[in-house]
Every structure is written in C-alpha cells, then in structure tokens.
Write a protein that binds this ligand. Structure first.
Ligand code: ASC
Length: 129
C-alpha cells in the first residue's frame, strides 16, 4: 500500500510544527528573549526528544514532487542528509543527558544553541526558503 505523497508531506510538516512548538521557547530562553523557565524548558526538551526521529519517515519516495521547501538534495544526497539527521538527533540526546545530569541553566541554554545550529545546518543544505 503506497503512501499518498500529500499525506507524507502533511505528516512531516506536522512533526516539524511540533518541533517548532517545543524548540521555539527553548531557543527564546537560550537567546535571552524570554525569561528562563526551568519547568517549561524541561517539558519542551523532553517532548522534542520524543519527536526527534519522527519527521524523516515522511520524506518518502515520490513526496519530492509537492510544492514544499524540501530540496531535491534530500533524495539525491542521502548520505549527507542522514548525517545531518544524525547530528541533530545527537544534539537532542545530549540535551537529555545534560538534563539527567542536573546541568545548570547556562549549560542547558548553551546546548539549546547547539540544537539550533544543527537545525540550521540541515536547512542550509536541504531546505529552500
Ligand atoms: C528555531 C526554528 C528553526 C531553528 C533555526 C535555528 O527556533 O524554528 O528552524 O530554530 O532557526 O537556526
């Protein structure tokens, strides 16, 4: 049963929305745009960790034809694509480890910056916008 490309596109875009819902406040706190709220930071970090491996499945064969920001490189340079995903997931895992270790606010904010860099590194190569 082949997946409808439109369903795959909606699925991955929905997960990216959920990334943004969770990472947005973390990034805002990291950059000092909003006050650090530990309870919220930890909740959003936990949710992001549970979502981190989910959107990639939505980049199905055939879902490269829709009108989206996904560049052809996603399908044409799988090796780099998978490396960028691995980098992102590693930064998210590092955040979980820091939280488990009881890291302080500055460490958590710095690690949120690292996650943001890994988001950007992938967007630079694979997202047209
Ligand atoms: C965000 C967001 C992104 C990343 C990226 C980091 O908060 O929505 O796509 O951070 O801007 O550079």
């Amino acid at each position: 049963q082949a997946v409808d490309p439109e369903d795959a596109i909606e699925y991955r875009q929905g997960v990216f929305k959920a990334f943004s819902w969770n990472f947005g406040p973390m990034a805002g706190m990291a950059q000092g745009e909003i006050p650090f709220n530990e309870e919220m930071f930890l909740e959003r970090a936990d949710q992001l960790a549970r979502l981190a491996d989910m959107p990639w499945q939505g980049f199905t064969e055939g879902s490269d034809l829709g009108e989206t920001d996904a560049m052809m490189e996603v399908w044409e340079d799988q090796e780099t694509w998978e490396q960028k995903i691995a980098d992102f997931e590693e930064e998210v895992s590092r955040m979980t480890a820091l939280i488990d270790e009881g890291a302080d606010e500055m460490q958590l904010r710095r690690q949120a910056g690292e996650i943001g860099q890994s988001c950007k590194a992938c967007h630079d190569s694979f997202r047209a916008d």
